[in-house]
Every structure is written in structure tokens, then in C-alpha cells.
Ligand binder design. Structure first.
Ligand code: GLC
Ligand code: CA
Length: 521
């Protein structure tokens, strides 16, 4: 029997980027036993769902997002016994565990790819997307890889190209092949049998490709100095991304996962709000990450407009993030320093009162700016290293992340950015985030009562009411006042220190770039 209320209703998620979270054995790489040692911290912070990025066997060209065995644990991250222990430790603390599933592509070292490559006429070939060269011998069409260059690599032995929307070491699976669908049903089941509560679905919008592999229309000129992401954005991706039949795959996954109430959360990068909403329509995914706020600089007008329209298109279907392992940290993107922190917390405070599930990325609760790299870059597209430097636990060597030398060479964080120091400092970001999570838990109206937007003349001010709770976000650079329709409201949370906020009768004064949560008595 399924209960009407999904278990994730009201939950807050937390992304653990495993390589950089906690290293238990001094080899410089974060691991599953390391995560176990930090679960009390996550529980104390108020986290409900722990999302683990890939820890599967992988040659590591894309740091684990190139999987060579979907049902195993890479020795660099631990053992399957460690995974089982982690699941039971998470459950023992009343939290849930979500793992990444990477269905768009495998590693070039996956045995499926080896068979497909070695026998062009065999049935295994059809697990991947192969095509003959264009008449000039070049790639079969104009598709680009997100990570630079064509989305095609020539297999000299067979004379055909394989398709890869990411690195050439990440060949794309052919989701039109029923064998691929069957395999992933079994993979989901395998992890469900080990007790996972949810899956984060990598690149969920890209699984099906155009059957005829047609060219994408180009919408802007290309030039040599473009970052790969910019070059990718110079095309209308109508034939490689967001094909309508992607949804059928998730309808099928719902049949596999739904009976056990295992959550399906997609990384979906589709046009918003309507394109996104299709993925979380009844019977498909439960939720999808809305990634735009994690990709943008500080543009509060656009941000609020996006949040409202995305929310209304899928009121319980969105996972809200401004931070993940793929983009510069929001404190840095939103202007750096105290301003960047204030803006980040103002947005996250608003997230806590929207439908769906807010997620924090490790270190976001410390108000971290991007880490500073000392070495060369480690990320194939260079821009994702700053958010992947080790979690700063204390002021010791390598900030207590590892007793050895971390896999990524970055500057040690100042003491005030560490967990140990912030725990002792009541005004530190860590306590502001922790109180926010606690507030959401102790005021279920914030996520449970029907949501009503309140009118605001200023496009940089967004206000909503949910039962006994009103939330007003003033994202403008000026203080403002907001009229409540009655007196008796009390400020129960401010994204800036409460001392700076005054509330007289039915008008509330809100400092610049601040979100307030008010409660009626
Ligand atoms: C997702 C992951 C990213 C990875 C890519 C390819 O966007 O979040 O880290 O590089 O998929 O798997
Ligand atoms: Ca380790």
C-alpha cells in the first residue's frame, strides 16, 4: 500500500561529491567510510536526503561519470560492504540515501562497449550509437560534445563513428534498443535491493536521440576562443536533446521504482517551464533539478521570474538548487564575499518555502566561495574544479579532508571557512543554514500549506503565503517595505541577522538582498 504522501515531502537534500568530502584512509580520495564519519554532522545540520555522486568502478575520465560497472564500488571509494554499512548508518539516523544513475553513456571501458566495438556485426553493437562517416569522411552530423569538439569519434577498425555527447571516453547508449532498457531496469532493482531510497538521474534529457541523426540548426557563429559550453549553446539542440520519447523511459522506471516509493530525480536541462514540467508529469519522474539558478550570475529579476514560472508549472516537481558539483559556487557567482553569501542565503531561504525539494551542495552551508587551485586543472572542461576542492572540516593540513595528499591541489581554506570554526561561532553561515533547515522542519506550513503568491509592485520582491507563514524575498539592492494585510506577524527567520530588521504593525521593513520568514500568531 502506498501512502498518499511521498516520503520526500518536506525533506531537504544534500549533495555529497564523494571524491572531495571525506577521505578515511589517507589516499587523498574521498570514500564511503569517510562519509560515514560525517553523518552525525549532516544529521545535526538537518539534512534528510544524502545524495552520493558516482562511486562506481570507472577509469575516471569524468571523475566517476564514466561508469565501467553499474553494480559495484570502485576500490578508490571503498567496497560494497562499505556501501551497505553506509546505507544502514544513514537509515539508522532517520535519513535517506540517493545514488546517481548514469544512463546516457557508459565508460569506454565498460564490457558492453568492448563487445560492441570488437564485433561490428554482433548484437552487442546496437547498445551504442554508431554511424557511417559523412560523404567527406568526417563526422556523421554536426552534433557537438558538451566538453568540446564533435560528438563523434572514429573507430578506425570498423570505419564507423560512435556518438558521445560528453567525452569520447563516454560513449552514448542507444536507448532505442530494448536490451539497454532491460539492463537499466535490473540496475535500478539491484540498488533498490541494497536499500537505496532514490536515484538522481544523470543527463535525463538526453537519452533518446533523433532516429535519423539529423543536423541541429546552428543559431550563432562559432569561433576558436569559445568555451565548449558556449559552442554547444550555439545550436538549437532539437535532434540530440529533449526528445519526446525520453519520457517513456521514465514512465517505465516509475513501474520499477514506484511500488517501493523510490524517488526518481532527474538532472533535466530542458526549456523551462513547460519542457521541464513534462518530465515530472504524473507517471514519469518525481522531481527534476531546475538548474538555471545554479548556472547564472546575479540577475535577481530573471531569477525570481524563473522561480515563479517553474514553480507554477510543476508545483511539487522541482528540486531547487543554486549549487552543485558542475558550476562555480553561488557565493562566487553572485558577487563574492559577504554580498555573495547574503544573496545565496536569501535565495535558499525562498527555496525552503517553494513546493518540491531544496538541495544544498557540500560546503554551501559554510558560505564557501570557490576553492583556489594550485595545480593545473583536473576537470575536462576546466570550470568545475573550484567547486570540487576538499570540504574544509578544520584548520589542520588539507583542512582535515585527508591525512594524505588530496587528489586535487588547492589552497588550504582559512580557518573561518571550516566546519570546526563555524560550529563554535553562532553568527557563522553554518548556524544560519542550520536554523533555516530547523525552521522548515518545525513549521510544516512552509512546505505543506497551499501556496499563494502575494502581489508585489517591485519585480525584485517576491512574496508568498502558506497558511501561518509569509515569506518575503527582497532581492533588490535597496531596503524596502512590504504591506501585510493584518498585524500580528512575527519574524521567525531572516537571511541576514535579525537585529537589522524591523517590523512595525502590518508593514515589514526588509533590508536589501534579504529574505524574511514571518509567522502569524
Ligand atoms: C552531469 C554531471 C556532470 C557530468 C555529466 C556527464 O551533468 O553532473 O558532472 O560531467 O553529467 O556525465
Ligand atoms: Ca580514500
Amino acid at each position: 500500500m502506498q501512502s498518499a504522501e511521498p516520503w520526500w515531502h518536506g525533506a531537504v537534500g544534500y549533495e555529497v561529491y564523494i571524491r572531495s568530502f571525506a577521505d578515511s584512509n589517507g589516499d587523498g580520495i574521498g570514500d564511503l567510510p569517510g562519509v560515514i564519519t560525517k553523518l552525525d554532522y549532516l544529521k545535526w545540520l538537518g539534512v534528510d536526503i544524502v545524495w552520493l555522486t558516482p562511486f562506481y568502478p570507472s577509469p575516471g575520465h569524468d571523475h566517476g561519470y564514466d561508469v565501467s560497472d553499474y553494480c559495484g564500488v570502485a576500490s578508490r571509494h571503498g567496497t560494497i560492504g562499505d556501501f551497505d554499512a553506509l546505507v544502514s548508518e544513514i537509515h539508522g539516523r532517520g535519513m535517506r540515501v540517493m545514488v546517481d544513475v548514469v544512463p546516457n553513456h557508459t565508460s569506454i571501458e565498460h564490457p558492453w562497449f568492448s563487445s560492441a566495438r570488437s564485433d561490428p556485426s554482433g548484437p552487442e553493437r546496437q547498445r551504442y550509437i554508431w554511424a557511417d562517416p559523412a560523404p567527406d569522411g568526417g563526422p556523421p552530423n554536426n552534433w557537438l560534445s558538451h566538453f568540446g569538439g564533435p560528438a563523434w569519434t572514429l573507430d578506425e577498425a570498423s570505419g564507423q563513428y560512435w556518438c558521445h555527447l560528453f567525452l569520447s571516453e563516454q560513449p552514448d547508449l542507444n536507448w532505442r534498443n530494448p536490451a539497454v532498457r532491460d539492463d537499466f531496469d535490473a540496475i535500478l532493482q539491484w540498488w533498490m535491493d541494497r536499500g537505496v531510497d532514490g536515484f538522481r538521474v544523470d543527463v535525463a534529457h538526453a537519452l533518446i536521440k533523433d532516429a535519423e541523426l539529423r543536423d541541429n540548426p546552428q543559431t550563432a557563429p562559432l569561433h576558436d576562443s569559445m568555451h565548449p559550453f558556449e559552442a554547444f549553446a550555439a545550436f538549437d539542440h532539437r535532434h540530440d536533446l529533449d526528445q519526446p520519447s525520453n519520457i517513456e523511459i521514465f514512465e517505465r522506471w516509475r513501474q520499477v521504482c514506484g511500488p517501493q516509493q523510490v524517488m526518481l530525480l532527474g538532472e533535466v536541462n530542458a526549456p523551462w517551464p513547460g519542457g521541464m514540467a513534462r518530465y515530472v508529469a504524473p507517471g514519469a519522474l518525481d522531481q527534476a533539478f531546475f538548474l538555471r539558478p545554479a548556472m547564472m550570475g546575479w540577475d535577481p529579476g530573471l531569477l525570481l521570474q524563473m522561480l515563479r514560472s517553474m514553480h507554477d508549472a510543476a508545483p511539487e516537481g522541482v528540486s531547487w538548487v543554486i549549487s552543485n558539483h558542475d558550476r562555480p559556487r553561488p557565493v562566487t557567482r553572485f558577487g563574492g564575499g559577504e554580498a555573495g553569501l547574503q544573496r545565496s542565503l536569501a535565495v535558499t531561504t525562498l527555496f525552503m518555502a517553494l513546493g518540491g525539494t531544496p538541495f544544498l551542495y557540500q560546503g554551501e552551508e559554510l558560505g564557501l566561495p570557490d576553492g583556489v587551485l594550485r595545480g593545473d586543472h583536473y576537470d575536462p572542461v576546466a570550470i568545475r574544479d573550484g567547486c570540487r576542492t576538499p570540504m574544509p572540516w578544520d584548520a589542520g593540513p588539507y583542512n582535515g579532508f585527508s591525512a594524505g595528499t588530496p587528489w586535487i591541489d588547492s589552497e588550504t581554506r582559512p580557518q573561518k571557512q571550516t566546519v570546526a570554526s563555524q560550529r563554535d561561532e553562532p553568527s557563522a553561515p553554518l548556524h544560519r543554514y542550520r536554523s533555516l533547515l530547523g525552521l522548515r522542519r518545525s513549521h510544516p506550513d512552509m512546505w505543506q500549506a497551499p501556496l499563494q503568491w502575494l502581489d508585489s509592485a517591485d519585480p525584485l520582491v517576491c512574496a508568498l503565503r502558506r497558511g501561518s507563514i509569509t515569506v518575503v524575498a527582497n532581492l533588490s539592492p535597496e531596503p524596502t517595505s512590504f504591506g501585510l494585510d493584518s498585524s500580528g506577524w512575527q519574524i521567525v527567520y531572516s537571511s541576514q541577522e535579525v537585529g537589522s530588521v524591523s517590523n512595525s504593525s502590518d508593514i515589514v521593513l526588509i533590508p536589501a538582498e534579504t529574505t524574511l520568514v514571518l509567522k502569524t500568531s
